[in-house]
Write a protein of this length. Structure first.
Lengths: 431, 294
């Protein structure tokens, strides 16, 4: 009986200690929910990074979810407005990221950027600018994607074909390939989901008008009576039609899925494809190594710059609703740190925003290294129309390009349709 | 005149058992519907917190929007087309299975009904492959018999893509209509046909004077299902054509989605939804009136 008060005290002390310890653990445990696209290698990259991150942040758990590209934008917007959205999420730089910043759904990261080891100290200013709106930083750039004409080097060597120097030569090359075999599609387009041809128009506009020639139309800052009135826009559509007439594309590009086009090239049924830097991993998966690349050639008489090429920075934003902004930024900064950026290349074959250790990466193909080196020589990056433009103008451009390829609209009619929507968007923005 | 305790208990029991369903309908249907009507008088984006009252201008915008009229016309085309293909073919198949086919009846019925139980998304993907102009079997068959497939592709040609959607919808749903009609046919007493045969009414005359009146209610239900399906169609269009090429196969559902989630015009999308609701109510009223007139 003498033991009872002591026992009670011990039990009480143990209970208190357990409760105190438990509540401390519960308070410290942080889960960062992360959304990204389902790109090849992404889940593996994030999984190993989360393990590494836990060594310095043992209380932080990363919950990673991936989504296909097409429904991602929609799902993200709905989730961010709701109460169960991600803490950090992938986004393209451009109109979408800007809209989230403007609507208060993306966190202003400016004050976090330059802390010791934070992303502002490892990622270059050029990349950071891609997520800077009104002077504030709203994202952590992770990588950039570019586009090239990839070609089958063995096929070119066998048939003694040369890499074209101008767009007209590209058309001639397509005709030569059709002469070799009329059933061979020289460079399948795969525009069923519309974004493939808009990538062509992005570069053809640059080749005809130059980056500076398009900027004021793209951001709707040009006076209304001059908006999209440059003849270069119609000429760019005509360039696309000239390539179609030269037999470059498949018969029904607007009914062909991009996956079919990708497979036609990687299975060596077609000798060329205008494809993204992300396509490299697909070639490697298919065991196709006889691949070379060249930039979309310049246009005779065009105002474009051969040094300018397609470049879309991508990265991560932090939800303004996150309960753990510091941990979220720490996690993103970790992802773009020197070591993790190298791992990022290793797993995803994407070009990282922090290239400090890119040369140390093992298992990366010579094609990737060559392409990454070429990206480093761009004189200007050309952002893609369906990311850069106002959503309504982008939609008009997507539809106009489909109609031009279907020959249900002439280039002039297409530009007029785009101009009409651009004028409405300009007026709406001004009101 | 107070109610007996057992009657009171019954009423409370009924109310209690209905409450979960009413709550679900209220939360998932009524409240969003009311919010959509309210939202249609405002201009706002999905990520924007700023609602600007614009009165009826979203409705005026729809009236002046050519894509809205294309979408509405496509909905009506799909309704009429579905009635002809699904109810028509369903009735034909049911009649054949009821009277024409002597052996393998269950086998044919199962085969025709099978697409009904497959998800619409899966059906759409299968047909995308069939219609693919490069690797699809349909083009290979067409070329194999010496014909020329459409230059822009089955789903890429604005002049035929809507018809292709009708084909996919018919393939998936004709089995359901067939089963409905078959049930109706089997409920018609055989004696009626025997008596008609004695009076010299066989074949087509028996079909017109006995079969059709006998399955009239079933056909009305089938038609109503086609109307509802044609009005709310979304998944099939979204997956196969995305409303393209260049809005040629846009329907109100897909156009509402485009406006809401791609272009960020939530108020306008709400207005489109409300218009669709009014059109649906109009069809419902027409259906009811016609069926009452007999």
């Amino acid at each position: 009986m003498l033991m009872m008060p002591r026992m009670r005290a011990l039990v009480a002390a143990a209970t208190l200690a357990t409760l105190a310890g438990g509540s401390a653990l519960a308070q410290d445990a942080v889960t960062i929910k992360m959304w990204t696209l389902d790109n090849t290698g992404y889940p593996e990259f994030i999984a190993q990074a989360a393990e590494e991150f836990k060594k310095t942040h043992p209380n932080v758990t990363i919950e990673h979810q991936t989504f296909p590209g097409d429904p991602y934008k929609t799902g993200l917007q709905v989730a961010l407005v709701g109460s169960d959205g991600p803490d950090v999420f992938f986004n393209w730089s451009g109109d979408d990221a800007k809209r989230l910043a403007k609507d208060g759904l993306a966190l202003d990261l400016t004050s976090y950027a330059d802390a010791p080891g934070a992303f502002g100290t490892t990622v270059g200013e050029g990349y950071l600018d891609a997520f800077r709106y009104d002077g504030k930083l709203y994202g952590v750039p992770a990588d950039a994607v570019s586009k090239y004409v990839f070609y089958n080097t063995a096929y070119f060597a066998e048939h003694k074909l040369e890499v074209p120097k101008t767009l007209a030569e590209l058309g001639t090359l397509c005709k030569a390939i059709r002469t070799i075999d009329p059933n061979t599609v020289p460079m399948p387009l795969g525009n069923k989901t519309r974004w493939k041809a808009i990538h062509w128009m992005t570069m053809l506009n640059e080749r005809e008008l130059g980056v500076d020639g398009t900027a004021a139309d793209y951001d709707l800052s040009r006076p209304a009576d001059e908006l999209y009135t440059d003849a270069g826009y119609a000429k760019a559509f005509q360039d696309l039609l000239d390539l179609q007439d030269a037999g470059c594309f498949e018969e029904a590009p607007n009914a062909t899925d991009y996956t079919v086009a990708d497979t036609m090239f990687s299975s060596q049924a077609s000798p060329m494809e205008f494809c993204g830097s992300w396509c490299i991993s697909g070639f490697e998966t298919a065991g196709f190594t006889d691949v070379g690349f060249f930039r979309l050639p310049v246009v005779d008489g065009g105002r474009g710059d051969a040094g300018a090429n397609f470049l879309v920075p991508e990265g991560f934003q932090v939800s303004a609703k996150t309960a753990h902004p510091q941990e979220a930024v720490d996690w993103l900064s970790f992802l773009v740190s020197d070591d993790q950026a190298a791992k990022f290349v290793e797993y995803t074959k994407f070009m990282p925003s922090n290239p400090a250790k890119i040369d140390t990466v093992e298992g990366v193909s010579p094609l990737f290294k060559e392409l990454a080196a070429d990206v480093g020589t761009f004189t200007q990056g050309v952002n893609v129309l369906d990311v850069l433009l106002d959503a309504a103008v982008s939609e008009a451009y997507l539809n106009a390009t489909v109609e031009v390829l279907n020959r249900t609209m002439t280039p002039d009619q297409a530009v007029e349709a785009i101009r009409k929507v651009a004028l409405e968007a300009q007026a709406k923005a001004a009101s | 005149m107070s109610q007996s305790p057992s009657r009171m208990l019954d009423r409370w029991m009924s109310a209690g058992m209905l409450a979960p369903a009413l709550l679900l309908v209220g939360v998932l249907v009524l409240i969003p519907s009311v919010l959509a009507v309210v939202g249609s008088f405002y201009e706002f984006g999905i990520t924007s917190q700023n609602w600007v009252f614009v009165g009826l201008s979203n409705y005026a915008r729809a009236m002046a929007d050519p894509v809205f009229w294309t979408a509405l016309k496509n909905n009506i085309f799909l309704i009429i087309g579905s009635i002809i293909t699904q109810v028509g073919l369903g009735t034909l198949f049911a009649a054949l299975l009821d009277r024409g086919v002597r052996r393998g009846n269950t086998f044919y019925r199962t085969i025709i009904f099978m697409p009904v139980i497959i998800s619409s998304i899966a059906v759409a993907f299968v047909w995308i492959l069939i219609f693919d102009p490069n690797v699809g079997p349909l083009n290979a068959v067409i070329k194999g018999i010496g014909l020329t497939p459409p230059r822009l592709g089955w789903l890429g040609d604005p002049n035929i893509s809507l018809y292709m959607l009708l084909v996919i919808a018919a393939w998936q749903n004709v089995g359901f209509q067939m089963v409905l009609v078959l049930a109706g046919l089997q409920a018609i007493p055989k004696e009626l046909y025997e008596a008609a045969a004695l009076d010299g009414a066989k074949g087509w005359r028996a079909f017109v004077h006995i079969t059709l009146p006998g399955i009239r209610n079933v056909l009305m239900v089938g038609t109503l299902i086609c109307i509802i399906g044609g009005l709310k169609v979304f998944d099939l269009v979204f997956v196969t054509t995305g409303g393209g090429p260049a809005n040629a196969t846009q329907v109100i559902g897909s156009y509402t989605y485009l406006q809401a989630f791609t272009l960020g015009n939530m108020g306008y999308a709400d207005a489109l939804s409300v218009i669709l609701l009014v059109v649906a109510l109009g069809f419902g009223w027409l259906q009811l009136t016609l069926s009452r007139r007999g």
